[in-house]
Write a protein that binds this ligand. Structure first.
Ligand SMILES: Nc1ncnc2c1ncn2[C@@H]1O[C@H](COP(=O)(O)OP(=O)(O)OP(=O)(O)O)[C@@H](O)[C@H]1O
Ligand SMILES: [Mg+2]
Length: 245
């Protein structure tokens, strides 16, 4: 192999190096660096406004860093458009994944699965989605716009999760869902993790996220305050989350 070629098998799936990012003149991230190896689950924690969503957007190419770089499989993706991240298997959920309000549950799902799996594969994908969220199966003929808020989020999630992305960047996946549905969502995340999807989880329900995560990052004011295994986190996240100045 030529020296300049990235060794993609050895490189982490995702790596941020010295990332700075913001909104106009406002700087939200300061020198954020971390790596996420294939098959790992990383929880991104921090108080409101710490920069978690900004990091998530950088990871899926939705925000271009003003300094530093973003690497996927050892290849520099900095500045590439978001669809190239998507082609590399990075899915940002559930933002930008809202449902088609005038179509039924099944039409929504069939539209998504038909694109990725063709007509022949759509039936099996529908069954997978209904196994994940039985409520969607019961309501398959209901127009999506009349589903409850939580059911619409289930539908948006099913569209993403059945695709089994290589890297799922999940920003507040369980926001607005009833606790029992949050439990379902985490069971499904564990299943897709077992099927080989790498996960980056931003979550308000910290105990849920830490229940599934191997590693954690705590962000404070746009900087990394902790980066390591969940077992070494101790009560740091509680101090950071509770100690917002
Ligand atoms: N579109 C935007 N325009 C201007 N400032 C923004 C924008 N989005 C976020 N910010 C600012 O960037 C900082 C980090 O925001 P971010 O959304 O990343 O935080 P967060 O950790 O996800 O917070 P939360 O837990 O409340 O979701 C905040 O100070 C926020 O006000
Ligand atoms: Mg956020």
């Amino acid at each position: 192999m030529a020296a300049a070629e990235p060794d993609s098998a050895a490189a982490p799936l995702l790596e941020l190096r010295g990332v700075e990012a913001g909104y106009g003149p406002f700087r939200a991230l300061f020198g954020v660096s971390f790596a996420l190896a294939r098959g790992r689950v990383l929880a991104l924690l921090g108080s409101n406004g710490a920069g978690k969503t900004t990091v998530a957007r950088v990871c899926s190419g939705l925000i271009v860093p003003t300094a530093g770089s973003v690497w996927l499989d050892g290849t520099d993706f900095t500045g590439r458009p978001a669809h190239e991240y998507a082609c590399a298997g990075v899915v940002h959920a559930p933002e930008g994944r809202s449902v088609f309000a005038t179509l039924t549950v099944e039409e929504n799902l069939a539209l998504t699965f038909g694109r990725s799996r063709g007509r022949a594969g759509t039936g099996a994908a529908l069954e997978e989605a209904y196994a994940m969220f039985p409520r969607l199966g019961e309501r398959r003929r209901q127009v999506a716009g009349t589903l409850s808020g939580g059911e619409q989020r289930m539908l948006a999630l099913a569209r993403v999760l059945v695709e089994k992305p290589r890297l799922l960047v999940a920003d507040e996946l369980s926001l607005g869902l009833a606790p029992i549905v949050v439990d379902d969502v985490y069971r499904i995340l564990a299943t897709i993790r077992d099927a080989g999807t790498t996960l980056l989880i931003v979550e308000q329900h910290v105990h849920h996220a830490l229940g599934i995560a191997d590693d954690a990052i705590v962000l404070a004011h746009g900087e990394i305050a902790f980066d390591g295994p969940v077992s070494e986190l101790g009560d740091l996240h509680e101090r950071v989350l509770g100690g917002d100045p």
